[in-house]
Design a binder for this molecule. Structure first.
Ligand code: B16
Ligand code: MG
Length: 217
């Protein structure tokens, strides 16, 4: 029996994964560092500091702690400027309909985004009101693939993890959901999200009724 849905934000509800990537790519270009499609995929769902380490790669040791903080802050300022301009038009296909259908079905809804900018982004998108609880990645401590933020979201809702379905677009996020003991839905392609219980191309393809009626392994 499913009582709650726990959503990732970037790449699931909002079309912002590309904005994160563009800001990281700009930083990589400035530093003369390579940035390819494989790195772009690995950055998804990874927190800001972890992402910086991946972008710097083997050259990470050339930078002091203070320099790394400055670089992460520079990327974030660019990203924050971008999301300040967004509105409901940046919602991904099926996002609003899924949130509405879930509420109509009496499910509780929580957000488990690694982004410290999530509360601001939810307001820009006009969907903050759908959520019963927004997990705080700073309070959760460990980043995805740790289950910490999904467990915090379930606890915040007062729902057992076994009664939650987590929805993610990143491999790290699916690993986090599984480690939390929840059922998982991947949004994207099978090659990246093969570990998920169910994979669909977008929320527009997700049939909530059949997901709720499903017998999970
Ligand atoms: P910030 P999600 C993640 O959000 C993004 O996928 C990832 O690219 C980003 O680095 C991370 O949030 C941290 O974001 O720098 O805004 O704190 O996919 O977990 O909703
Ligand atoms: Mg994501």
């Amino acid at each position: 029996h499913c009582a709650a849905l726990i959503f990732d934000l970037d790449g699931v509800l909002a079309d912002t994964a590309s904005l994160h990537l563009a800001a990281w790519r700009e930083l990589a270009d400035e530093l003369g560092l390579p940035f390819d499609a494989t790195l772009a995929e690995r950055l998804k769902g990874v927190d800001r500091r972890g992402s910086l380490e991946l972008v710097l790669g083997a050259r990470a040791r050339e930078f002091s702690e203070a320099q790394k903080q400055t670089l992460a802050e520079r990327k974030n300022q660019r990203y924050v400027q971008q999301i300040a301009q967004l509105d409901g038009g940046a919602l991904l296909p099926g996002a609003q309909a899924t949130l509405l259908a879930a509420r109509a079905a009496g499910l509780k809804l929580a957000l488990a985004s690694a982004s410290r900018n999530a509360p601001q982004l939810l307001r820009s998108l006009g969907i903050a009101g759908y959520f019963d609880f927004i997990a705080d990645p700073v309070r959760a401590g460990a980043a995805k693939p740790s289950p910490a933020i999904f467990l915090e979201a379930a606890a915040g809702l007062g729902v057992a993890p076994q009664a939650c379905i987590g929805i993610e677009d990143s491999a790290a996020g699916i690993a986090a959901i599984r480690a939390a003991g929840m059922r998982s839905v991947g949004i994207g392609c099978m090659a990246v999200l093969g570990a998920a219980d169910v994979v669909v191309g977008s929320l527009a393809e997700l049939d909530l009724e059949s997901i709720l009626a499903r017998k999970w392994p």
